[in-house]
Write a protein of this length. Structure first.
Length: 272
């Protein structure tokens, strides 16, 4: 195995009953990179995530993180290796924000002694660095969706793992909060954490990711730098509606392709 890879997935197979979901998925994520797991709804992204996190037992194949086959790892060992940020999380109890973030320290707690002053200091440092100190004593379940997502990110950062999984981190957020979260993810990677982020938005992975793994029809279709794999050909394979890669200045933008006579009448009129 290449020791520079933080994660290696080899020939992974999984089925729900007789329905195949993953068919020999293989890819790797280099250390210190932001890798996007990209594909349309139903392509198997979430299932692949759950297999890699040991939430689901795959039929065959291997998943290695930081050079270790995860098949023999305990829950506590996994928690020191990889953190996980779900799409959203609404706990039934009104935990305070600082308590939610402190839960990220669980893999490091020392038995019956609980959280140490050092653990609490690290929680405060994370909240401060993310501009969340002013809501530290607020009930988590009363926050907006954007605030909750930032708190979940803070919890994962406090966990201090070399690898982080993000499942559609901006799916339910407005455009401003989407950009805020993705910029935060970039800063996490710049601090040395390797991130695998699941997304179905081709623009997000094009703008922010170092590498993209493309999924379609329950398998890996391509992987590499976004400029090499988010192409017109790839988009044509994934979507029934044609899309095209264009540019706004130097920024790549994925837009729908309209045939003559199909261009909609926009309320603000023609572009200048």
């Amino acid at each position: 195995m290449n020791t520079m890879n933080m994660m290696d997935v080899g020939d992974l197979w999984f089925s729900y009953g007789k329905k195949p979901i993953l068919s020999g998925a293989s890819f790797f994520v280099e250390e210190g990179t932001l890798c996007g797991l990209f594909g349309p709804n139903g392509s198997g992204k979430t299932t692949l995530f759950k297999c890699c996190l040991k939430f689901l037992a795959y039929a065959r194949g291997t998943v290695c993180m930081d050079g270790t086959d995860i098949s023999g790892l305990s829950v506590s060992q996994m928690a020191r290796l990889v953190s996980y940020v779900p799409q959203d999380h609404a706990p039934p109890f009104p935990f305070l924000v600082k308590e939610i973030v402190l839960m990220g320290r669980s893999p490091h707690l020392r038995g019956v002694f609980g959280a140490s002053s050092e653990d609490k200091r690290k929680v405060c440092d994370v909240l401060d660095s993310m501009g969340l100190l002013d809501i530290a004593d607020s009930p988590y379940n009363q926050l907006s969706g954007g605030q909750r997502q930032l708190v979940l990110m803070a919890r994962a950062i406090a966990q201090e793992t070399p690898l982080m999984f993000l499942d559609e981190p901006t799916a339910a957020l407005d455009f401003s909060n989407q950009l805020k979260v993705w910029k935060l993810v970039r800063s996490i990677v710049d601090d040395g954490v390797t991130v695998l982020a699941c997304s179905h938005d081709p623009n997000h992975v094009s703008w922010f990711c170092d590498k993209v793994v493309v999924m379609g029809s329950n398998k890996i279709l391509d992987s590499g730098p976004p400029e090499d794999v988010i192409t017109d050909a790839t988009l044509g394979t994934l979507y029934a509606e044609p899309c095209v890669r264009s540019y706004s200045g130097s920024v790549p933008v994925i837009i729908p392709r309209f045939s003559p006579g199909q261009i909609p009448s926009f309320p603000w009129g023609a572009c200048p």
